[in-house]
Design a protein around this ligand. Structure first.
Ligand SMILES: Cc1cc2nc3c(=O)[nH]c(=O)nc-3n(C[C@H](O)[C@H](O)[C@H](O)COP(=O)(O)OP(=O)(O)OC[C@H]3O[C@@H](n4cnc5c(N)ncnc54)[C@H](O)[C@@H]3O)c2cc1C
Length: 398
């Protein structure tokens, strides 16, 4: 039951979906995803998506991205992302994505290390708004077939060229019928071009904000085939996830909460860091406090944010905290850093081409150098979309 197609896309987060939408309609496209179509980190994004607000914003946006990345970013990629941002946002709006507006003008929020508000958002569920819209659009396309519970186990390499992927049907894993000894059905998807869009690596960590099935599969496969990788040690720890003794995915308390004024306190009820410094700096300060005080977490107070703003901008966070027993309107919440994002990955050029012919990588699994050593908040959805669009463009031209 092998399949033949023009393009196979592995992963259906924003990067995979946008690639499919930007490819021409006369290409046959197969998208596979290891889980159900809604279970991707793209659905979880809370804070928002960056955009260059106006021409004057270019220099400061560029500098903010470089500074957060410790100036290890690839300048060419940062430039491409910023210059491509407004077109991507216009595209999203055209597809039906709703960003917060007032009197017909976009509203912008701010997160750590941004020198001005330049983040578009939809309540605190921006990722869900964007990704569900893209998924709806992809499902309308007759040239695209989406297979859920289908996991890439390898790529097909012939004489140094990628010819598609090996996959395994993992439907039965869900019901525990499948075991290592009794794997699911395995088959090949042959394709002229292959796009890897498998997201992050958080599933390999005990404490992570990522879905547990995101285990960096494409990275392992690329490594086995001698494909160039970059900065595998550049892992971002998010400073503020809700502390919980339960196992499983950690719930993110978006940086935009601090961007809107929330403050961090230690056990002695003292502030100990500027909350709007880059993520790595804030996370380090929290770890130091926890060590010094022998605590499992620090505290985040939303008191400085007006009540109406909390309810309007962060309804999902309010609700989730309530379910965990904390009323953010009345009390401080315990927060702890957790693995969040992977800046390294499969090395790609500015058209998202890997070092193997006819193999592309987009989104979090790729490393085009935009983020350098540390990602600036809300740059990853944008980066994923801009460079997914470029992969599609390149495939179209070849
Ligand atoms: C809680 C949270 C909040 C965030 N908030 C923001 C934010 O506000 N702004 C922002 O810019 N970024 C944010 N991010 C980061 C951003 O969401 C991700 O970096 C981005 O969505 C990655 O998109 P992606 O398409 O590369 O991967 P994902 O959306 O994670 O999709 C990966 C896909 O690959 C599939 N897959 C994985 N392995 C295989 C395999 N072996 N075979 C088949 N399929 C496979 C998965 O099933 C999934 O469909 C946040 C991340 C998290 C976790």
């Amino acid at each position: 039951m092998d399949i033949n197609t023009d393009v196979v896309i592995v992963g259906c987060g924003v990067a995979g979906l946008y690639s499919a939408l930007k490819l021409p309609r006369d290409k046959r496209i197969v998208i596979i995803t290891k889980s159900d179509a809604e279970s991707s980190d793209s659905f979880l994004a809370q804070g928002g998506i960056c955009v260059q607000r106006d021409d004057e914003d270019y220099d400061s946006y560029f500098e903010d991205t470089m500074k957060a990345g410790h100036y290890e970013n690839r300048k060419e990629s940062v430039d491409i992302m910023i210059r491509g941002s407004r077109a991507v946002i216009a595209d999203l709006v055209e597809y039906g994505v709703r960003f917060e507006q007032e009197n017909g003008e976009f509203l912008y929020t701010r997160e750590g290390a941004h020198s001005r508000p330049r983040i578009l958002f939809h309540e605190d569920i921006t990722g869900k708004e964007i990704t569900s819209t893209l998924l709806r659009q992809v499902r309308k396309l007759s040239n695209v077939t989406l297979y859920e519970y289908t996991s890439m186990t390898d790529i097909i390499e012939e004489e140094g060229v990628c010819k598609g992927v090996w996959v395994e049907d993992v439907q039965d894993m869900i019901s525990d019928k499948q075991t290592q000894e009794q794997p699911g059905k395995q088959y090949k998807i042959y394709a002229k071009d292959t796009i890897l869009a498998t997201g992050g690596i958080g599933g390999n960590y005990q404490h992570s904000t990522n879905y547990p099935h995101l285990t960096g599969d494409a990275i392992e496969i690329a490594k086995a085939h001698g494909i160039r990788l970059e900065h595998l040690d550049y892992v971002q720890i998010h400073p503020t996830t809700l502390y919980s003794e339960k196992p499983g995915r950690r719930f993110l308390i978006s940086e935009s909460v601090r961007g809107e004024g929330a403050v961090l306190y230690n056990e002695k009820k003292e502030r100990f860091v500027d909350e709007l410094l880059p993520r790595d700096v804030v996370a380090k300060a929290i770890f130091e406090q926890m060590k010094e005080e022998g605590t499992e977490h620090v505290w985040l107070s939303l008191e400085p944010i007006p009540r109406e703003k909390i309810l309007k901008h962060f309804p999902n966070i309010c609700q989730h905290c309530l379910e965990e027993g904390y009323d953010v309107l009345k009390e401080w919440i315990p927060v702890v850093p957790a693995q969040h994002y992977f800046m390294g990955g499969i090395w790609v050029d500015s058209d998202s081409r890997t070092s193997m012919e006819r193999l592309y990588a987009v989104g979090e699994t790729s490393c085009n150098g935009v983020h350098g050593a540390n990602r600036l908040a809300s740059n990853s959805l944008l980066e994923s979309l801009v460079f997914a669009g470029r992969a599609a463009q390149k495939i179209m031209c070849e």
